[in-house]
Design a protein around this ligand. Structure first.
Ligand code: BEZ
Length: 371
């Protein structure tokens, strides 16, 4: 539980006017190192305690980026490759980040006692206000994967005024139908929980290819000391209610949304259907080639670039704030975003692997991405 330590940065000797600037600089550097490592906190909620890790410092007038991971993972195994990707640094330095671990998924989490009632996904969403209240944050941009994407969507439906934007990877907004249940039960007869979760996270092609990435995640999940807790989160995911998005109705996401899925990934059809139910003027749909089931692990470069355009569409990350390198790289897509005016229509972005291009809605409009 080393991560659960609260790090207190107290000045034993407050810096006095005239004190050597090197001392102040050193203190600042030490504080920065601590913040860069992330500070882990826990808060009590009506549904039990929840742990989250905060990186960076709050920026005035900017929402926090809040992430929610998928089943079988925690914030690190789900998001570290994306948030530590070199090009991502230029983006995230402008935002404080809050990475939530679903209960019992944090590193070193004890196994819940037998009979413990794990929160439903709706209850997990209801824990988020406690986190924001604790941190005194009023607005977020959410990034969620799978079950985490569902949790953030539910939160956005109930607290629309606090969500400025959502990046939803592999979202399946539908409750399981009886056919899905039958298939799930049958698979359960022959497969272990960890194999079922791997089948949720990765495509069959990836699993049979057994790349280093698959071996790593198979090992993480199969040997997780908290596998019993993971099974509880998995059950909550499988028992989720339908989000019931209705295009043009009251029950829809009001903020800009970027839907992301790998082509031929397990949740491709669900994300396509979800796209058809959301407001086309607020939603971009990014189908990513060669990314398998977890684009944030396999294609952090493409996702970083797409995220940058998404933020720019929301009025953050003006290209003048970026380095010359990233400015020139984003120029073509940035201009496309402004052609769109302020999200006047739906965009489908599909990234082709061979050419390294992003193509958008209007025919013939191809935008280059160098990743
Ligand atoms: C971050 O900087 O937000 C971060 C760092 C390590 C893991 C995950 C996120």
């Amino acid at each position: 539980m080393a991560e659960l330590r609260e790090v207190q940065i107290t000045e034993e000797k407050p810096l006095l006017p005239g004190q050597a600037p090197e001392v102040a600089k050193e203190a600042e550097l030490a504080a920065q190192i601590l913040l860069d490592q992330g500070q882990t906190h826990s808060v009590e909620t009506p549904y039990g305690s929840v742990t989250f890790t905060v990186y960076g410092t709050p920026k005035p007038k900017r929402p926090a980026i809040l992430t929610y991971h998928d089943v079988g993972l925690n914030y690190k195994s789900c998001f570290q490759p994306l948030f530590q990707f070199a090009d991502m640094q230029e983006i995230i330095q402008n935002f404080v980040r809050v990475h939530v671990d679903a209960p019992g998924m944090e590193e070193g989490a004890p196994v819940f006692p037998l009979g413990y009632q794990y929160p439903s996904l709706d209850q997990l969403a209801d824990m988020i206000p406690c986190i924001l209240q604790y941190l005194n944050f009023s607005a977020i941009i959410g990034i969620g994967v799978g079950a985490g994407a569902y949790v953030l969507s539910r939160y956005a439906l109930t607290h629309p005024d606090t969500v400025e934007g959502l990046v939803l990877i592999n979202i399946d907004p539908n409750a399981k139908g009886w056919m899905d249940w039958a298939a799930h039960k049958l698979t359960g007869l022959t497969s272990s929980i960890s194999e079922m979760i791997l089948g949720h996270l990765f495509s069959q092609e990836e699993l049979s290819g057994n790349s280093e990435l698959i071996q790593k995640y198979r090992n993480i999940i199969a040997h997780a000391p908290n596998l019993d807790n993971i099974e509880l989160y998995w059950n909550s995911y499988n028992n989720r209610r339908d989000l019931n998005f209705v295009r043009g109705g009251d029950n829809t996401l009001k903020c800009p949304v970027m839907l992301v899925v790998g082509d031929q990934a397990p949740h491709e059809d669900a994300v396509v259907e979800c796209n058809s139910k959301l407001d086309p003027t607020q939603t971009s749909f990014l189908k990513m080639a060669d990314s398998g089931g977890q684009p944030q692990l396999t294609q952090p470069g493409k996702l970083t670039e797409a995220f940058k355009y998404f933020l720019q569409g929301m009025g953050y990350m003006a290209s003048s704030c970026m380095t010359r390198l990233s400015r020139s790289r984003t120029a073509s897509l940035t201009s496309a975003a402004s052609i769109d005016g302020n999200r006047s229509r739906s965009r489908t972005l599909s990234q082709s692997s061979e050419s390294g291009t992003l193509s958008s809605g209007p025919p013939g409009h191809t935008m280059e991405v160098s990743c």
